[in-house]
Design a protein around this ligand. Sequence first.
Ligand SMILES: NC(=O)c1ccc[n+]([C@@H]2O[C@H](COP(=O)([O-])OP(=O)(O)OC[C@H]3O[C@@H](n4cnc5c(N)ncnc54)[C@H](OP(=O)(O)O)[C@@H]3O)[C@@H](O)[C@H]2O)c1
Length: 256
Amino acid sequence: MKVFLTGASSGIGAALAAEFARRGATLGLVARRRAALDEIVGQSPGRHHVYAVDVTDKDALIAAARAFDDATGGADIVVANAGISIGVLTEHYEDLDAFGDVLETNVLAMAYTFHPFIAPMRARGRGTLVGIGSVAGVRGLPGSEAYCASKAAVASYCESLRVELKRSGVKVVTIVPGFVRTPLTAKNPYRMPFLMEPEQFARRAVDAILAGVSYRVIPWPMAIVAGLLRLMPNRLFDRAFGNRPYKPRRQPGAAD
Ligand SMILES: NC(=O)c1ccc[n+]([C@@H]2O[C@H](COP(=O)([O-])OP(=O)(O)OC[C@H]3O[C@@H](n4cnc5c(N)ncnc54)[C@H](OP(=O)(O)O)[C@@H]3O)[C@@H](O)[C@H]2O)c1
Protein backbone atom coordinates (compact mmCIF):
# COMPACT_ATOMS: atom_id res chain seq x y z
CA MET A 1 0.00 0.00 0.00
CA LYS A 2 1.46 3.37 -1.09
CA VAL A 3 0.08 6.46 0.65
CA PHE A 4 0.76 10.13 -0.20
CA LEU A 5 -0.22 12.33 2.75
CA THR A 6 -0.08 16.11 3.25
CA GLY A 7 0.18 17.86 6.61
CA ALA A 8 2.11 14.90 7.99
CA SER A 9 4.41 16.81 10.36
CA SER A 10 1.89 17.28 13.17
CA GLY A 11 -1.39 16.27 14.79
CA ILE A 12 -3.79 14.19 12.71
CA GLY A 13 -1.38 13.86 9.75
CA ALA A 14 1.47 12.55 11.92
CA ALA A 15 -0.93 10.07 13.56
CA LEU A 16 -2.26 8.93 10.16
CA ALA A 17 1.33 8.45 8.95
CA ALA A 18 2.13 6.28 11.98
CA GLU A 19 -1.08 4.25 11.55
CA PHE A 20 -0.55 3.64 7.83
CA ALA A 21 3.09 2.69 8.51
CA ARG A 22 1.97 0.25 11.23
CA ARG A 23 -0.24 -1.39 8.56
CA GLY A 24 2.73 -1.78 6.23
CA ALA A 25 2.34 1.25 3.94
CA THR A 26 5.08 3.03 2.03
CA LEU A 27 4.56 6.73 2.69
CA GLY A 28 5.09 9.99 0.82
CA LEU A 29 4.90 12.69 3.47
CA VAL A 30 4.40 16.39 2.76
CA ALA A 31 4.68 19.43 5.06
CA ARG A 32 6.83 22.56 5.30
CA ARG A 33 8.83 21.38 8.34
CA ARG A 34 11.32 18.84 6.99
CA ALA A 35 12.86 18.08 10.39
CA ALA A 36 9.49 16.97 11.77
CA LEU A 37 8.92 14.72 8.72
CA ASP A 38 12.44 13.26 8.99
CA GLU A 39 11.75 12.40 12.60
CA ILE A 40 8.52 10.60 11.66
CA VAL A 41 10.21 8.45 8.99
CA GLY A 42 13.34 7.98 11.14
CA GLN A 43 12.24 4.55 12.35
CA SER A 44 12.10 3.09 8.80
CA PRO A 45 14.86 4.88 6.83
CA GLY A 46 14.85 4.26 3.08
CA ARG A 47 11.29 3.01 2.95
CA HIS A 48 9.41 6.31 3.05
CA HIS A 49 9.69 9.55 1.05
CA VAL A 50 9.74 13.07 2.46
CA TYR A 51 8.78 16.23 0.54
CA ALA A 52 9.32 19.54 2.33
CA VAL A 53 6.79 21.47 0.28
CA ASP A 54 4.27 24.23 0.91
CA VAL A 55 0.97 22.80 -0.37
CA THR A 56 -0.06 26.21 -1.70
CA ASP A 57 2.92 26.02 -4.09
CA LYS A 58 0.96 24.20 -6.80
CA ASP A 59 3.87 23.26 -9.06
CA ALA A 60 6.15 22.12 -6.22
CA LEU A 61 3.36 19.93 -4.85
CA ILE A 62 2.61 18.43 -8.26
CA ALA A 63 6.34 17.71 -8.72
CA ALA A 64 6.42 15.94 -5.32
CA ALA A 65 3.37 13.87 -6.27
CA ARG A 66 4.97 12.83 -9.60
CA ALA A 67 8.25 11.97 -7.81
CA PHE A 68 6.33 9.73 -5.39
CA ASP A 69 4.44 7.99 -8.21
CA ASP A 70 7.71 7.47 -10.13
CA ALA A 71 9.48 6.08 -7.07
CA THR A 72 6.71 3.73 -5.99
CA GLY A 73 4.82 2.77 -9.16
CA GLY A 74 1.78 4.83 -8.18
CA ALA A 75 -0.04 5.92 -5.04
CA ASP A 76 -2.97 3.80 -3.89
CA ILE A 77 -4.23 6.37 -1.38
CA VAL A 78 -3.82 10.17 -1.35
CA VAL A 79 -4.81 12.07 1.79
CA ALA A 80 -5.20 15.87 1.53
CA ASN A 81 -4.96 16.66 5.23
CA ALA A 82 -2.86 19.86 5.46
CA GLY A 83 -4.97 22.61 6.95
CA ILE A 84 -4.97 25.75 9.04
CA SER A 85 -7.57 27.32 11.30
CA ILE A 86 -7.43 31.03 12.12
CA GLY A 87 -10.15 33.18 13.65
CA VAL A 88 -11.37 35.61 10.98
CA LEU A 89 -13.70 38.60 11.28
CA THR A 90 -14.46 40.13 7.89
CA GLU A 91 -14.89 43.61 9.36
CA HIS A 92 -11.10 43.78 10.03
CA TYR A 93 -9.10 44.62 6.89
CA GLU A 94 -6.06 42.65 8.10
CA ASP A 95 -8.19 39.50 8.41
CA LEU A 96 -8.85 39.43 4.67
CA ASP A 97 -5.38 38.02 3.98
CA ALA A 98 -5.94 35.36 6.64
CA PHE A 99 -9.26 34.52 4.92
CA GLY A 100 -7.41 33.94 1.66
CA ASP A 101 -4.71 31.84 3.33
CA VAL A 102 -7.28 29.56 4.95
CA LEU A 103 -9.14 29.00 1.68
CA GLU A 104 -5.92 28.50 -0.26
CA THR A 105 -4.51 25.94 2.20
CA ASN A 106 -7.72 24.07 3.05
CA VAL A 107 -9.50 24.10 -0.32
CA LEU A 108 -7.31 25.02 -3.30
CA ALA A 109 -4.37 22.97 -2.06
CA MET A 110 -6.67 19.96 -1.79
CA ALA A 111 -7.29 20.24 -5.53
CA TYR A 112 -3.52 20.73 -6.10
CA THR A 113 -2.93 17.53 -4.07
CA PHE A 114 -5.46 15.40 -5.96
CA HIS A 115 -4.81 16.77 -9.47
CA PRO A 116 -1.58 14.87 -10.35
CA PHE A 117 -2.98 11.54 -9.15
CA ILE A 118 -6.32 11.50 -10.97
CA ALA A 119 -5.15 10.62 -14.50
CA PRO A 120 -2.79 7.80 -13.35
CA MET A 121 -5.46 6.40 -11.00
CA ARG A 122 -8.06 6.52 -13.78
CA ALA A 123 -5.62 4.66 -16.06
CA ARG A 124 -5.13 1.96 -13.41
CA GLY A 125 -8.88 1.89 -12.69
CA ARG A 126 -8.35 2.18 -8.93
CA GLY A 127 -7.18 4.45 -6.13
CA THR A 128 -8.59 6.44 -3.23
CA LEU A 129 -8.56 10.21 -2.76
CA VAL A 130 -9.23 11.36 0.81
CA GLY A 131 -10.27 14.88 1.81
CA ILE A 132 -10.17 15.93 5.46
CA GLY A 133 -13.19 18.10 6.23
CA SER A 134 -14.58 19.15 9.61
CA VAL A 135 -17.81 19.22 11.57
CA ALA A 136 -17.15 23.00 11.51
CA GLY A 137 -18.18 22.85 7.84
CA VAL A 138 -21.73 21.80 8.69
CA ARG A 139 -22.90 25.23 9.95
CA GLY A 140 -21.27 28.69 10.05
CA LEU A 141 -19.78 29.34 13.49
CA PRO A 142 -19.15 32.90 14.72
CA GLY A 143 -15.51 34.02 14.53
CA SER A 144 -14.56 31.09 12.25
CA GLU A 145 -15.84 32.62 9.03
CA ALA A 146 -13.00 31.43 6.81
CA TYR A 147 -12.52 28.02 8.43
CA CYS A 148 -16.23 27.09 8.29
CA ALA A 149 -16.46 28.31 4.68
CA SER A 150 -13.37 26.29 3.77
CA LYS A 151 -14.64 23.05 5.31
CA ALA A 152 -18.10 23.46 3.76
CA ALA A 153 -16.27 23.86 0.44
CA VAL A 154 -14.22 20.71 1.11
CA ALA A 155 -17.42 18.68 1.62
CA SER A 156 -18.99 19.94 -1.64
CA TYR A 157 -15.76 19.66 -3.60
CA CYS A 158 -15.14 16.06 -2.50
CA GLU A 159 -18.74 15.15 -3.31
CA SER A 160 -18.46 16.58 -6.83
CA LEU A 161 -15.25 14.64 -7.38
CA ARG A 162 -16.71 11.43 -5.94
CA VAL A 163 -19.66 11.44 -8.33
CA GLU A 164 -17.48 12.43 -11.31
CA LEU A 165 -15.05 9.58 -10.65
CA LYS A 166 -17.64 6.97 -9.72
CA ARG A 167 -17.35 4.94 -12.89
CA SER A 168 -13.55 5.21 -13.09
CA GLY A 169 -12.86 2.92 -10.13
CA VAL A 170 -11.33 5.83 -8.18
CA LYS A 171 -12.96 6.38 -4.78
CA VAL A 172 -13.28 9.71 -2.99
CA VAL A 173 -13.57 9.55 0.79
CA THR A 174 -14.49 12.54 2.97
CA ILE A 175 -13.30 12.18 6.56
CA VAL A 176 -14.95 14.64 8.94
CA PRO A 177 -13.21 14.97 12.32
CA GLY A 178 -14.99 16.27 15.38
CA PHE A 179 -12.45 17.52 17.92
CA VAL A 180 -8.97 15.97 18.02
CA ARG A 181 -6.26 17.05 20.47
CA THR A 182 -3.62 18.69 18.20
CA PRO A 183 -1.80 22.05 18.02
CA LEU A 184 -4.72 23.29 15.84
CA THR A 185 -7.24 22.86 18.66
CA ALA A 186 -4.87 23.75 21.52
CA LYS A 187 -5.96 27.40 21.55
CA ASN A 188 -9.70 26.81 21.15
CA PRO A 189 -11.44 28.92 23.80
CA TYR A 190 -14.62 26.80 23.80
CA ARG A 191 -15.71 23.37 25.03
CA MET A 192 -14.72 20.49 22.74
CA PRO A 193 -17.20 17.63 23.23
CA PHE A 194 -15.99 14.09 22.48
CA LEU A 195 -12.37 15.30 22.16
CA MET A 196 -10.21 12.45 20.81
CA GLU A 197 -6.50 11.64 20.90
CA PRO A 198 -4.92 11.71 17.41
CA GLU A 199 -3.87 8.04 17.55
CA GLN A 200 -7.41 6.91 18.36
CA PHE A 201 -8.76 9.13 15.56
CA ALA A 202 -6.18 7.79 13.09
CA ARG A 203 -7.13 4.15 13.70
CA ARG A 204 -10.79 4.86 12.92
CA ALA A 205 -9.96 7.09 9.97
CA VAL A 206 -7.69 4.48 8.35
CA ASP A 207 -10.38 1.81 8.84
CA ALA A 208 -12.89 4.09 7.07
CA ILE A 209 -10.44 4.92 4.25
CA LEU A 210 -9.59 1.25 3.63
CA ALA A 211 -13.32 0.40 3.67
CA GLY A 212 -13.79 3.06 0.94
CA VAL A 213 -16.72 4.80 2.66
CA SER A 214 -17.95 7.97 0.95
CA TYR A 215 -18.29 10.16 4.07
CA ARG A 216 -17.47 9.44 7.72
CA VAL A 217 -17.74 11.66 10.80
CA ILE A 218 -15.31 10.58 13.55
CA PRO A 219 -16.13 10.01 16.40
CA TRP A 220 -19.65 8.70 15.76
CA PRO A 221 -21.38 10.81 18.47
CA MET A 222 -20.25 13.87 16.49
CA ALA A 223 -22.16 12.47 13.50
CA ILE A 224 -25.31 12.80 15.58
CA VAL A 225 -24.29 16.35 16.62
CA ALA A 226 -23.63 17.22 12.95
CA GLY A 227 -27.00 15.78 11.91
CA LEU A 228 -28.82 17.78 14.60
CA LEU A 229 -26.90 20.96 13.67
CA ARG A 230 -27.95 20.52 10.06
CA LEU A 231 -31.62 20.23 11.05
CA MET A 232 -31.61 23.08 13.61
CA PRO A 233 -33.74 26.05 12.53
CA ASN A 234 -31.76 29.30 12.18
CA ARG A 235 -33.53 30.99 15.08
CA LEU A 236 -32.52 28.20 17.46
CA PHE A 237 -29.02 27.90 15.99
CA ASP A 238 -28.37 31.65 16.33
CA ARG A 239 -29.46 31.59 19.96
CA ALA A 240 -27.40 28.48 20.78
CA PHE A 241 -24.17 29.75 19.18
CA GLY A 242 -24.53 33.53 19.56
CA ASN A 243 -22.33 33.69 22.67
CA ARG A 244 -19.75 31.12 21.61
CA PRO A 245 -16.20 32.42 22.21
CA TYR A 246 -14.21 33.19 19.05
CA LYS A 247 -11.12 31.36 17.80
CA PRO A 248 -8.11 33.74 18.18
CA ARG A 249 -7.38 35.93 15.13
CA ARG A 250 -3.91 35.97 13.53
CA GLN A 251 -1.39 37.93 15.58
CA PRO A 252 1.22 39.93 13.61
CA GLY A 253 4.36 37.83 13.09
CA ALA A 254 2.87 34.67 14.67
CA ALA A 255 2.79 31.29 12.90
CA ASP A 256 -0.71 29.91 12.16
N1 LIG B 1 -7.78 18.82 15.26
C1 LIG B 1 -9.08 18.85 15.04
O1 LIG B 1 -9.90 18.78 16.00
C2 LIG B 1 -9.63 18.94 13.65
C3 LIG B 1 -11.02 18.93 13.51
C4 LIG B 1 -11.55 19.00 12.23
C5 LIG B 1 -10.72 19.04 11.13
N2 LIG B 1 -9.36 19.05 11.31
C6 LIG B 1 -8.53 19.10 10.11
O2 LIG B 1 -7.52 18.12 10.17
C7 LIG B 1 -6.38 18.56 9.42
C8 LIG B 1 -5.13 18.44 10.28
O3 LIG B 1 -5.29 19.28 11.41
P1 LIG B 1 -4.50 19.09 12.78
O4 LIG B 1 -5.48 19.29 13.85
O5 LIG B 1 -3.68 17.85 12.72
O6 LIG B 1 -3.57 20.39 12.72
P2 LIG B 1 -2.00 20.61 12.99
O7 LIG B 1 -1.53 19.74 14.10
O8 LIG B 1 -1.86 22.08 13.12
O9 LIG B 1 -1.33 20.11 11.64
C9 LIG B 1 -1.52 20.78 10.43
C10 LIG B 1 -0.62 20.15 9.39
O10 LIG B 1 -0.82 20.83 8.15
C11 LIG B 1 0.45 21.22 7.64
N3 LIG B 1 0.32 22.44 6.86
C12 LIG B 1 -0.35 23.58 7.17
N4 LIG B 1 -0.18 24.50 6.22
C13 LIG B 1 0.61 23.92 5.27
C14 LIG B 1 1.16 24.36 4.05
N5 LIG B 1 0.92 25.60 3.56
N6 LIG B 1 1.94 23.51 3.33
C15 LIG B 1 2.21 22.26 3.81
N7 LIG B 1 1.71 21.80 4.96
C16 LIG B 1 0.93 22.62 5.68
C17 LIG B 1 1.32 21.41 8.86
O11 LIG B 1 2.69 21.21 8.52
P3 LIG B 1 3.84 22.35 8.48
O12 LIG B 1 3.47 23.42 9.46
O13 LIG B 1 5.08 21.59 8.82
O14 LIG B 1 3.82 22.82 7.06
C18 LIG B 1 0.85 20.27 9.75
O15 LIG B 1 1.51 19.07 9.41
C19 LIG B 1 -6.70 19.99 8.97
O16 LIG B 1 -7.21 19.97 7.66
C20 LIG B 1 -7.78 20.42 9.94
O17 LIG B 1 -8.60 21.43 9.42
C21 LIG B 1 -8.81 19.01 12.53
